[in-house]
Design a protein around this ligand. Structure first.
Ligand SMILES: *Cc1c(COP(=O)(O)O)cnc(C)c1O
Length: 403
C-alpha cells in the first residue's frame, strides 16, 4: 500500500495535526522521511527516546525478549518485571513499584492510591487533591482534571470531584486551600507542557513541609522529568526533596510504551489485591527494554554528560539570541530546555516549529510562547551543533517574515 500524509485525514480521528512529512526511519538523533530527507531530532519523541532511535542495545533487548515471552497478564509475574522493579527501588527512595503502560495510567494509579491510603488511615473526609495551574498529568478523565488546564478537561461532562488548583511557585496560594482534608498534592518537579518551569527551592521545600504538616502525600509526576532528563536519574534527586509517590513513563521505555508508579512499602499497602490493575502492566517486552534503558541511563558519567550537553545547547541558543533577539530566557534543565519567546514573538512558538521542520530540524513547543527541546540524552555533539545551525536558519526565517 502506498501511504501518504494526505490519507491521514481520511482514516484518523482529527485530534492530531501532524507535520507535513512522514518519518520512516531513525538512527541515533537522525530521522529520515518518505522522500529520504534527513532531520536532526531535538524532539526525542516528546522526551521519550532517551537513547535516540533504534539504539543497538535496546534493539538487542527487544529481539532477545521477543523470542522468549511476549505477554502473560498479571495472573503470572515475569522475570523482566521483577528485575526492573528491583533496579528502580534500589536506585530511588521507593520500595514498591506498580507497572502501567503510559504516564497517564501511572498517574491514575498514584491518585487512586492516594485516595485509598487517605481512606484507610484518615477516613473519607480526607479526599482533596491539589495540583497546579499549567500542570499536565495525562489525558484520562481523572488525570486531565487534576492537570491545570481547563482547555483539556472541559467539555466532557461532570468531572471527578475534590480537585483544586494552586499557582506553581506560589506557596501562599497552596497554603490558602490546603488543610487536613488534603489527601495529596501532585506536582511536576519541572513543569513540562506548561512551559518548562523549574520550581524555586523555597517552593518545593515548602510544598513538602505543608504535606508533612497536613499529613498529605506528595506525588511527583516525573513522567517527563525522569530517567536522566535533567542530568539526575530523577529530578527530585537534584532538588533534595523526596516525594511519597513518584510516577515515571516517557523515557523509561526509551520508545517502548511503559509507565510505573513508585512508592514506599507502607503506602503501597493500600493497593490490596484486586484494588487496581492493568492487563498489559508489567508486560515482559516493555520491561525487558526498559531494564536495558535503565541500566544505561543510571550511570553518573552519562548523567554528567547530559549536564555538559545542556551547556552546549545554552551557549548555542544564547548566540542565536544575540543575533536575532527573539527569546526572553532559555530555561529548563539538562535535555529539557525551553526558549521563551520575547514580547515581539508572543504566541508564535508554532511558527518556529514549522520553520524548524522546513530547515530539517524536529523540535517541540510547550504552549504558545515556548519552543521546547527534549532530545536524546546521548545526542552526539556534532548533531547538537548541526541542529543548532538549522535552528538558526529557522529563527532567521521567522524573523525575516518567511514563516
Ligand atoms: C506526557 C506526560 C504525561 C502523560 O503521559 P502519557 O504517556 O501521554 O499518558 C503525564 N505527566 C507529564 C508530566 C507528562 O509530561
Amino acid at each position: 500500500m502506498n501511504v501518504t500524509r494526505e490519507m491521514f485525514a481520511d482514516v484518523m480521528v482529527p485530534n492530531y495535526n501532524p507535520a507535513a512529512m512522514v518519518p520512516v526511519r531513525g538512527e541515533g538523533s537522525k530521522v529520515w522521511d518518505q522522500e529520504g530527507n534527513e532531520y536532526i531530532d531535538f524532539a526525542g519523541g516528546i522526551a521519550v527516546n532517551a537513547l535516540g532511535h533504534c539504539h543497538p542495545e535496546m534493539v538487542a533487548a527487544l529481539k532477545d525478549q521477543s523470542e522468549k515471552l511476549w505477554h502473560l497478564s498479571n495472573v503470572f509475574t515475569n522475570e523482566p518485571a521483577i528485575r526492573l522493579a528491583k533496579k528502580l527501588t534500589d536506585a530511588t527512595f521507593a520500595e514498591r513499584v506498580y507497572f502501567a503502560n503510559s504516564g497517564a495510567e501511572a498517574n491514575e494509579a498514584a491518585l487512586k492510591l492516594a485516595r485509598r491510603w487517605a481512606l484507610d488511615h484518615h477516613g473519607e473526609d480526607k479526599n482533596q487533591i491539589i495540583s497546579f495551574k499549567q500542570g499536565f498529568h495525562g489525558r484520562t478523565f481523572f488525570t486531565v482534571t487534576v492537570g491545570g488546564q481547563a482547555a483539556y478537561s472541559d467539555g466532557f461532562g461532570p468531572k471527578p470531584g475534590a480537585i483544586d488548583h494552586a499557582v506553581y511557585n506560589d506557596l501562599d496560594s497552596l497554603k490558602a486551600i490546603m488543610s487536613d482534608k488534603t489527601c495529596a498534592v501532585m506536582m511536576e518537579p519541572l513543569q513540562g507542557e506548561g512551559g518548562i518551569i523549574s520550581p524555586t527551592p523555597e517552593f518545593v521545600e515548602g510544598v513538602r513541609a505543608l504535606c508533612n504538616q497536613h499529613n498529605a502525600l506528595l506525588i511527583f509526576d516525573e513522567v517527563q522529568s525522569g530517567v536522566g532528563r535533567t542530568g539526575e536519574l530523577y529530578a527530585y534527586m537534584g532538588l533534595g526533596v523526596t516525594p511519597d509517590i513518584l510516577t515515571t513513563a516517557k523515557a523509561l521505555g526509551g520508545g517502548f510504551p511503559i509507565g510505573a508508579m513508585l512508592t514506599t512499602a507502607a503506602i503501597a499497602e493500600s493497593l490490596k489485591p484486586g484494588t487496581h490493575g492493568s492487563t498489559y502492566g508489567g508486560n515482559p517486552l516493555a520491561c525487558a527494554v526498559a531494564e536495558r534503558v535503565f541500566d544505561i541511563v543510571n550511570n553518573r558519567e552519562l548523567l554528567d554528560e547530559v549536564k555538559r550537553k545542556e551547556q552546549l545547547f545554552r551557549d548555542g541558543l544564547n548566540a542565536i539570541n544575540e543575533k536575532y533577539n527573539v527569546f526572553s530566557e532559555i530555561r529548563g534543565k539538562g535535555m529539557l530546555l525551553g526558549c521563551a519567546l520575547n514580547e515581539d514573538y508572543a504566541g508564535r512558538s508554532r511558527d518556529f516549529l514549522v520553520a524548524s521542520t522546513a530547515a530539517n530540524l524536529m523540535c517541540l513547543v510547550a504552549g504558545a510562547n515556548v519552543v521546547r527541546f527534549a532530545p536524546s540524552l546521548v545526542i552526539p555533539d556534532a548533531d547538537i551543533k548541526e541542529g543548532l545551525a538549522r535552528f538558526e536558519k529557522a529563527v532567521a526565517a521567522v524573523v525575516n517574515g518567511q514563516e
